[in-house]
Design a protein around this ligand. Structure first.
Ligand code: URA
Length: 256
């Protein structure tokens, strides 16, 4: 029970305005989503002119719930070198959680080495975190790696096809040369220190490593040490990348 009156039911906000606000593009683009029959409200295909209350109505785009549970937060941080990815560090080094708001408490999704820079998500959504970080879900992570020396075509091919590491052969990776000694490498396994170990295995230790993309998330304007909240559409995109899993709809599970 929502405790609202019938009059309030008839109110609410225009659906296209709500969709635009949570990141589905311009109002015009959102009207097209509705006109194309891709939006449902409480299980029924929405018509243009529909009003909704996002806190009470269940809105879905392409079958994926819009919005996330109240209390869940998602931050995209550009981690500087020298900051650890754990919640606390026995050696007293700065941690990623100290760079984002303290409440509600969040934790990093996956890990970056202390020397690695770049994008990392922090959230209190445990399910999404697990889904994204899980190697079997294959969420792509893209890195720029500055290497010692200039890798030969054979070394690049080895990185692409698979490198023998002590914990097994790596899965095929996407690798391109950005400039002499700098490669862009995309992997989806997330083994410990994987990029550094792969590059070392082909004779080119990493001098600098920056993560530039996590699934659909990239942001070249986010400065080192800065963070921003993810737009709901970005959360949905991330959830889709993690095997099509969507974040919880209203009432499915409590915030952590
Ligand atoms: N691969 C690494 O070697 N280090 C990271 O921090 C991330 C991926």
């Amino acid at each position: 029970m929502t405790g609202r009156s019938a009059g309030e039911e008839a109110d609410g906000e225009r659906l296209q305005k709500v969709l635009a606000r949570v990141g589905f593009g311009s109002r015009r683009a959102c009207e097209e989503l509705i006109a194309d029959g891709r939006v449902t409200v409480n299980g029924e295909v929405a018509q243009l002119g529909r009003r909704v209350d996002i806190a009470h109505d269940r809105v879905e785009v392409d079958g994926v719930p819009v919005g996330v549970l109240p209390g869940l937060v998602y931050y995209l941080l550009n981690k500087p070198a020298g900051v650890v990815t754990t919640a606390s560090d026995p050696e007293g080094r700065p941690t990623v959680v100290e760079l984002v708001p303290a409440a509600p408490r969040v934790f990093p999704v996956g890990r970056l080495d202390v020397a690695t820079e770049g994008l990392i998500v922090l959230t209190n959504d445990g399910e999404l975190a697990q889904a994204v970080a899980h190697p079997s879900h294959g969420v792509e992570k893209e890195y720029l790696a500055e290497l010692r020396g200039r890798p030969s075509p054979a070394a690049i091919r080895a990185l692409r096809e698979g490198v023998v590491l002590e914990d097994g052969v790596t899965s095929p990776a996407k690798v391109s040369t950005v400039s002499p000694g700098v490669i862009r490498i995309t992997i989806h396994e997330g083994r410990n220190r994987q990029v550094r170990r792969m590059c070392e295995a082909v004779g080119h230790p990493v001098l600098r490593l920056v993560r530039t993309r996590i699934g659909p998330l990239a942001d070249r304007s986010l400065r080192p040490g800065s963070w921003r909240p993810l737009a709901p559409a970005e959360v949905l995109g991330l959830a889709r990348a993690a095997q099509g899993r969507a974040p919880a709809a209203k009432g499915e599970r409590p915030a952590q």
